[in-house]
Ligand binder design. Structure first.
Ligand code: C2O
Ligand code: CU
Length: 521
């Protein structure tokens, strides 16, 4: 029997301090791969060589909402071209990005529950791509399995896993039969071995799902429903995005240089692609859909001298009731849907969203400036969605997944592994019966590892040795695990069968093999 949730929290308080150097299996010491910077995230800081803009000078950009190219009785059809483009992120120097429709973030797609969304992607980049709908409960062959490549219009590219000719070339449709509750999802690149650099170059966008439940609540909407994609980046002297790839063409050897094995941390915080932007708000309620789209950086967000966050939704949708939080820990891939009420603040007030895990330039995220009073028709209901609460009594199988460094190596470096094994597209770690509830214990060693699972969703039963806890409510698909932490999850794959992956959402860890297959049958 597992201890009850409150006992787990007590355990958390009593947990010993985890040593920075942990012993690997086979008695081999695993090198210390915890924080190599002084920042509160695993990874190493890559300092920018280009001058960074002054914070709080630019208006927050909003990604455009993509319009369907056509629509019929039950389906909305979209088209996205992935291509290189120039963005004005720094003051004087242009930056080449890779973007969906040439923008970073990509355009926002909004789907309604019960309708089908078809997105035709065309790849005008020089590398294969894979589009993953993060949080989407969609068919396995539409989900963006890492070797389901969409090769460039200009020709097919071999990969290092003998899967070079896998997939389509030029264009393909991703078909999403959307039948999950309203939620903030996102889509991003998921190419085998190269997810880190490809997302870093800009391949990420929001995909929102709406439904009748959400629309009946009267939450802030329209111009007061704002997605915030938070990510860190660094810039080379010429203004280009700096990333320590072994091979910057992304066509040869994958991975980053040894120094950055634990993760790449940038020194410039971007929100919706803009450095430390400002949003002018009226003194009313706003809804913010916060996404951490960084490769390795975790954020601990707080509104300095400002209101609390009222969390209304988690990764997979609305909570049953709002939760007031002074600060939120957002691991890579996680979403926090929050309402912020500015009604107590007078015109001219500036409220800074700070990152308590950052230091120097990364300690600040963005700023809100109150313009003056406004009319507020929104409501903050005390009940949100009806959520089914999974119970341990329903568990039909239990599994354990340990995320650590060691057990496998490549190019003389010890890799990030799941249960001691590097990702192998041919190996299936678990077979899960569709519709059943399993209890998964996820253990994090040698580093912090945000755990993410495709196709399904989970509820966090309890956790210890980490910051998971109060804000891990509702249905989730990603959970933050501190170094030495663990979480017990009740997991269910409700709709779809097939092969999919679970992995660490530190993208450098993921690329260096911290991923495993499972099959829903
Ligand atoms: Cu957001 Cu498998 O990833
Ligand atoms: Cu990890």
């Amino acid at each position: 029997m597992l201890p009850a949730r409150r006992d787990l929290f007590r355990l958390a308080l009593a947990a010993p301090i985890v040593p920075l150097v942990a012993a690997g299996c086979g008695g081999r010491a695993v090198e210390n791969s915890a924080n190599t910077s002084m920042e509160g995230s695993a990874g190493r800081l890559l300092p920018s060589q280009a001058p960074l803009p002054k914070p709080f000078q630019r208006a927050l950009p909003l990604p455009p909402v993509l319009k369907p190219v056509r629509t019929d009785a039950d389906t909305d059809y979209y088209e996205i071209t992935q291509k290189a483009a120039t963005a004005q992120i720094l003051d004087d120097l242009p930056t080449e990005i890779w973007g969906y429709e040439g923008t970073f973030p990509g355009p926002t797609i909004i789907s309604r529950r019960g309708r089908r969304t078809v997105v035709q992607h065309t790849n005008e980049l020089p590398v294969p791509v894979v589009v993953h709908l993060h949080g989407g409960r969609v068919a396995a062959d539409q989900d963006g399995y890492p070797t389901d490549y969409l090769h460039p219009v200009s020709g097919r590219v071999a990969d290092s896993h003998g899967k070079g000719l896998n997939g389509e070339q030029g264009s393909r449709d991703y078909v999403y039969d959307i039948d999950q509750p309203a939620a903030t999802l996102w889509y991003h690149d998921h190419r085998m071995d190269f997810t880190g650099p490809q997302v870093y170059r800009g391949l990420a966008g929001f995909h929102l799902i709406t439904d009748d439940v959400e629309q009946s609540l009267g939450l802030p909407s329209g111009e007061r429903d704002i997605p915030l994609m938070i990510a860190d980046r660094s810039f080379a002297a010429d203004g280009s995005l700096a990333y320590p790839s072994v091979d910057g063409s992304l066509l040869g050897t994958p991975g980053v240089t040894a120094d950055f094995m634990s993760g790449v941390l940038g020194d410039c915080v971007l929100v919706n692609g803009s450095p430390w932007p400002v949003l002018e708000v009226e003194a009313v309620r706003y809804r913010f859909r916060i996404l951490n789209a960084a490769n390795a950086r975790r954020f601990r967000l707080r509104l300095d001298d400002g209101p609390s966050f009222v969390q209304i939704g988690s990764d997979q949708g609305l909570l049953s009731e709002p939760v007031t939080l002074e600060r939120i820990d957002v691991a890579q891939g996680e979403r926090f849907d929050v309402v912020v009420d500015f009604s107590e603040y007078s015109a001219g007030t500036r409220i800074t969203m700070v990152n308590e895990r950052g230091e120097g330039t990364t300690a600040q995220v963005m700023q809100f400036v109150v313009s003056g009073p406004g009319k507020d028709d929104s409501r903050m209901p005390s009940r949100l969605a009806e959520l089914e609460v999974l119970s341990e009594a329903d568990v039909v199988a239990t599994r354990e997944f340990t995320f650590r460094r060691g057990g496998a190596e490549a190019h003389g470096m010890s890799l990030w592994t799941v249960n001691g094994e590097a990702f192998d597209p041919e190996r299936v770690l678990a077979q899960i019966k569709v519709g059943t509830v399993e209890r998964w214990r996820v253990i994090s060693q040698n580093n912090e590892h945000p755990f993410h699972v495709h196709l399904g969703a989970f509820q966090v039963l309890g956790s210890s040795g980490g910051t998971a806890g109060r804000s891990d409510v509702g249905w989730k698909d990603t959970v933050n695990l501190d170094n030495g932490g663990q979480a017990d999850l009740l997991v269910r794959f409700e709709e779809h069968q097939g092969l999919a992956v679970l992995h660490c959402h530190n993208l450098e860890h993921e690329d260096m093999m911290m991923m495993a297959n499972f099959e829903v049958v």
